[in-house]
Write a protein that binds this ligand. Structure first.
Ligand SMILES: [Zn+2]
Length: 270
């Protein structure tokens, strides 16, 4: 059965109107059920248009989701090593151009390090690199293949990283997996030095090329993806944690790609 994204169930909307589902980004009470997928409910905020899984996955379910998430290091996913490294090097180049300086002496945080390809590309460019990854199989692969890098197993929000330790944080296609986007962004902001740079990408539910039928959109996969942002509500979320969007890249596919800078004023709500 195809479920149309733009067809909220009026009965359910009315039924839950008093449930006080708060929008985690703007705090509005005007968030209501918008789309049902199997036994899951996605709410949409009428004020900022964030779409979010309500309730988010329980911590235990989240851990299970990210154990051997890539079905083993011997699959074709990790076999595409050279292609992944090449693509990662290109992205490191993009980040260095945005930084406007060389990598030597700078600390790089790779959030959602996966098999370690971006972390390795950053190390090759001269950064000192820390990678964080919740999937133990991916961490084992990364540690074995890229021994010059510190890979930490776990979720960003649960790891006790040193505060203000990183010049650059890379977070690609990760925030949409977060059960609590405020804790997640607070942890990102906390890890960055004042003036530090964040490069973040995530699917864009507001994009003009996003399939109207959610089931035909490859980024629609609750409960793994539990947050669906637009550029404006993502900008708002980052701003709440002292991260100011400094540049947005054009995205031909339904995605958001942006750079944000951590405030030098010490705003940190973590
Ligand atoms: Zn909202």
């Amino acid at each position: 059965m195809l479920v149309q994204a733009a067809a909220p169930d009026p009965a359910r909307t009315a039924e839950r109107a008093d449930a006080a589902t708060l929008c985690p980004v703007c705090g509005s009470h005007r968030a209501s059920p918008w789309h049902r997928h199997r036994d899951m409910v996605l709410c949409r905020c009428s004020d900022c248009a964030l779409v979010f899984l309500d309730p988010p996955p329980a911590p235990a379910a989240r851990t299970a989701l990210y154990t051997d998430a890539y079905a083993g290091a011997s699959t074709s996913y990790f076999a595409k090593r050279e292609r992944k490294l090449k693509r990662s090097r290109a992205r490191v180049g993009l980040m260095l151009r945005q930084l406007g300086r060389g990598a030597d002496g700078l600390a790089f945080l790779d959030v959602g390090a996966n098999g370690g390809f971006m972390a390795e590309a950053a190390r090759q460019a001269g950064f000192t690199v820390t990678g964080i990854e919740p999937d133990p199989v991916s961490v084992a692969y990364a540690r074995h293949n890229f021994p010059g890098i510190d890979f930490v197993h776990g979720f960003l929000e649960q790891i006790d990283l040193a505060a203000a330790a990183f010049d650059l944080a890379y977070c690609s296609e990760v925030i949409e997996h977060s059960g609590d986007c405020n804790r997640f962004v607070a942890a990102l902001a906390r890890a960055l030095k004042p003036g530090g740079l964040l490069y973040l990408t995530t699917p864009d539910i507001s994009h003009w090329r996003r399939p109207r039928d959610l089931l035909r959109w490859d980024a629609f996969c609750p409960p793994a993806h539990c947050l669906y942002f637009s550029p404006s509500n993502l900008t708002l979320l980052l701003a709440r944690h002292g991260l100011t969007v400094s540049r947005r890249q054009f995205a031909w596919k339904p995605g958001i790609k942006l750079f944000a800078v951590k405030s030098t004023l010490g705003l940190d709500r973590s």
